[in-house]
Every structure is written in structure tokens, then in C-alpha cells.
Design a protein around this ligand. Structure first.
Ligand SMILES: Cc1ncc(COP(=O)(O)O)c(C=O)c1O
Length: 372
């Protein structure tokens, strides 16, 4: 793995991987980041092209993000002041972490997404890990396993990297126990039936709750940098006062406003994505399960955590070097080691390519389940 480059600890470093492997990025199958594998919505790409010929490029972006707030508020049944667009969810974690640091100790489920630690580190915030059991059932949603006390709780629903979907019923009582709850729902719109577990309906009644969403995964637009926070208007006003003046660029604003204004079209996109997850996850899970050395863990979403009976490091490197397939090294997740890999779902062609490469690199496949 990894150099000191922080990018190397996150999946999706396509440019760096292409350089390292001496292959064009287009030849690589990137299952290290968990993005929708089809092209972003045509309406979004078209809106971006059009935006280049409008003031979206040649004027400073609206510092009040009025139009995007309005469409997002309508989508989620909130007021525009209860929405704050961000330069990706990652930027918003920085501000959540500033509030968290003022509140006191943060509880971070481990293994978990590293960016919460990065954000807390910006402000000298303190945290303790909440170790998650590394065995779980296949029925979702599941109860969130928190019994520990701390001022702040960071939740990721569904959880990265395990793919577990937490039930709203188990999360709601935690809002009484913690001074601040930050709930990252970056992957929730990809989960079939996932929206029914969202905490967004509780935002209005719980000023100590912030829900953070990302358009990165859902629309496959990591380059656009668009996320948003939903929370109490006073909190979001405070965050807006801390950040630099134009954190969300005009092209991203224009494109997202256009796309999300069409609620029916957006719902159609979400259904397409959820149908893909519902179809491809069990197919890949069955295929991987044909190797006794690999245990794909149950997941509700578009990535699978795989446990190896021994180190999977050499296998990952062989897939990368010989087949141009990138999987997520899990050594940077606290509690996971080199016997774990995370695989972002691909389309069926990508999955066949992965299984064919595994067949060459890993002996002992049983049955022909992988071919179906
Ligand atoms: C759980 C989770 N939340 C948020 C993000 C970041 O999203 P964004 O691209 O909107 O900053 C990621 C990126 O990998 C993630 O895994």
C-alpha cells in the first residue's frame, strides 16, 4: 500500500494507479472506490456543457446557494435554511468536526471511514473507537451496536466498509444520549429500500442531529465535488460563516440545480441504481463464494467486504499488476488487516472480468457458480 500520500489511503486513485502500473486509466477496472459504474446521468452532463456558456462559469457562484438549497429542501421536505451544499461530503465533515470538538469526545465506529478522523484532527478533536463486531448477519437493517457514552456519535449508514445498514429504530434513541450525532448517509440512496432508514425525518425535531449526504457515489461524479448537510438552520449558518467564500463551484451548482429540479427523473435514476445493486451484489457474492479462501460478508449496498482465510495482499497486487483490476486495500481501516479487501460493485462485464482474473490467480475454486 501506501505511501505517505493521503490519497493512497482512499480508493479511486485512478490517475496514480495508471501511472504506477504504466497502463492507460481507461484499461483499468476500478473496484477500489464504490461508485456507480455507469456514466453519470445524461441530463447532468448536458447541464454541465450548457453551464459553460452561462454566467455559471463567468460569474462568482451564489454565496447563498439559493436555488440548490431550494431543490434539495423540496426533495427532503425541509426548509432551504436547513440545507447546506458542500464541496463534497468531505468538506462538511470538517465543519461537523469543529462542532464535535467543541462538544467533547467523539465516538467513531471502527473499522470506519477515515475522513472523520482527518476532520477531527483539523481541530485537535478527541475521539475513541467504537469497535464493531466483525461478524454480522445477512438480514438488513440491523440494530446499531452502541452502548458507549461520549458527547458525539458519528454514524455511517450504510456503514463503510462493512456495508451494514443500521435501522432507524435503533438510531433514534441515540439522539437522546449524545450532544451531537453526525450521520453520514453518503451511500443510503444506493441501498434498495434504504431511504426508510434515513434519519432525515428526524432533523427538524432534533437540533443535535446533522445528516450528511453526497452526490459522488450516486451519480458517479467524484470530480464534481458535491454533497450537502441537513441540520438546524442556526448550526448551518454558523458553518457557512466559517468556510471560505465560494466552496461550491458554479458549474457544480448549475448542473445539480438542473438535475435535481426534475424530481421524477432523479427518482428514476435512484431506482435504476438500486436495481443494479439488487441484481449485481448477490451475483458477485455467489461468484466470490466459490473460493473457500474468500468469505464475502453480507452487505446492503454497492460494496462488499471480503475476508480471506489468509493475507490477500499478494492476490490484490497480482490482480492490479497482471489484470489492471483495483481493489481496496483495507489495512488503513482500524481493526482490519491484510486479510480483508473491499470490492466496489461493477456491471456484469466487470464482475466477469474480476472472476476470470481470480480464477487465474487463486487456485481451488469450487463448482461453476461463478459462471452463471
Ligand atoms: C462513507 C463516505 N462518506 C463520504 C464520502 C465522501 O464523499 P464526497 O465525495 O461527497 O466527499 C466517502 C468517500 O469515499 C465515503 O466513503
Amino acid at each position: 500500500m501506501a505511501s505517505g500520500d493521503p490519497g493512497e489511503r482512499h480508493g479511486g486513485n485512478l490517475t496514480a494507479a495508471a501511472q504506477r502500473l504504466g497502463r492507460p486509466a481507461a484499461e483499468l477496472l476500478d473496484a477500489s472506490a464504490s461508485l456507480v459504474p455507469f456514466a453519470p446521468p445524461l441530463a447532468l452532463r448536458w447541464a454541465l456543457v450548457q453551464a459553460v456558456f452561462t454566467p455559471a462559469l463567468r460569474a462568482y457562484p451564489d454565496r447563498g446557494w439559493r436555488e440548490l438549497r431550494r431543490v434539495l429542501a423540496r426533495q427532503h421536505g425541509l426548509e432551504p435554511e436547513e440545507v447546506l451544499p458542500g464541496n463534497g461530503a468531505a468538506e462538511l465533515f470538517t465543519w461537523a468536526a469543529r462542532d464535535a470538538t467543541d462538544c467533547g469526545l467523539s465516538l467513531l465506529p471502527a473499522p470506519g471511514f477515515a475522513d472523520y478522523r482527518r476532520a477531527l484532527g483539523c481541530w485537535g478533536g478527541r475521539w475513541v473507537d467504537l469497535p464493531l463486531p466483525l461478524h454480522w448477519g445477512a438480514a438488513f437493517p440491523q440494530p446499531f451496536p452502541s452502548l458507549q457514552q461520549a458527547a458525539v456519535l458519528w454514524i455511517c449508514n450504510p456503514h463503510n466498509p462493512t456495508g451494514q445498514l443500521w435501522s432507524r429504530a435503533s438510531l433514534e434513541p441515540l439522539l437522546q444520549r449524545h450532544a451531537l450525532v453526525v450521520c453520514d448517509e453518503a451511500f443510503l440512496p444506493l441501498v434498495p429500500g434504504g431511504e426508510s432508514q434515513s434519519l432525515i425525518p428526524l432533523v427538524r425535531s432534533h437540533p443535535n442531529l446533522v445528516v450528511v449526504r453526497s452526490l459522488t457515489k450516486l451519480l458517479s461524479v467524484p470530480g464534481l465535488r458535491l454533497g450537502y448537510a441537513l441540520g438546524a438552520a442556526a448550526r448551518l449558518r454558523r458553518w457557512a460563516g466559517w468556510r471560505d467564500p465560494w466552496p461550491v463551484n458554479g458549474l457544480a451548482l448549475a448542473a445539480a440545480e438542473r438535475l435535481l429540479a426534475d424530481q421524477v427523473g432523479h427518482q428514476r435514476w435512484c431506482r435504476r441504481v438500486q436495481n443494479w445493486v439488487a441484481r449485481e451484489r448477490p451475483w458477485l457474492e455467489r461468484g466470490l463464494g466459490a473460493w473457500p479462501q474468500l468469505t464475502p460478508m453480507p452487505s446492503s449496498t454497492n460494496f462488499l467486504l471480503v475476508r480471506g482465510s489468509h493475507s490477500l495482499l499478494d492476490l490484490r497486487l497480482a490482480l492490479e499488476r497482471r489484470h489492471g483490476i483495483l481493489l481496496r486495500d483495507c489495512r488503513s481501516f482500524p481493526g482490519l488487516g491484510e486479510d480483508w479487501l473491499r470490492i466496489g460493485l461493477q456491471d456484469r462485464r466487470g464482475h466477469r472480468r474480476l472472476l476470470a482474473a481470480l480464477e487465474q490467480e487463486l487456485p481451488g475454486r469450487q463448482g461453476d457458480a461463478a459462471r452463471r
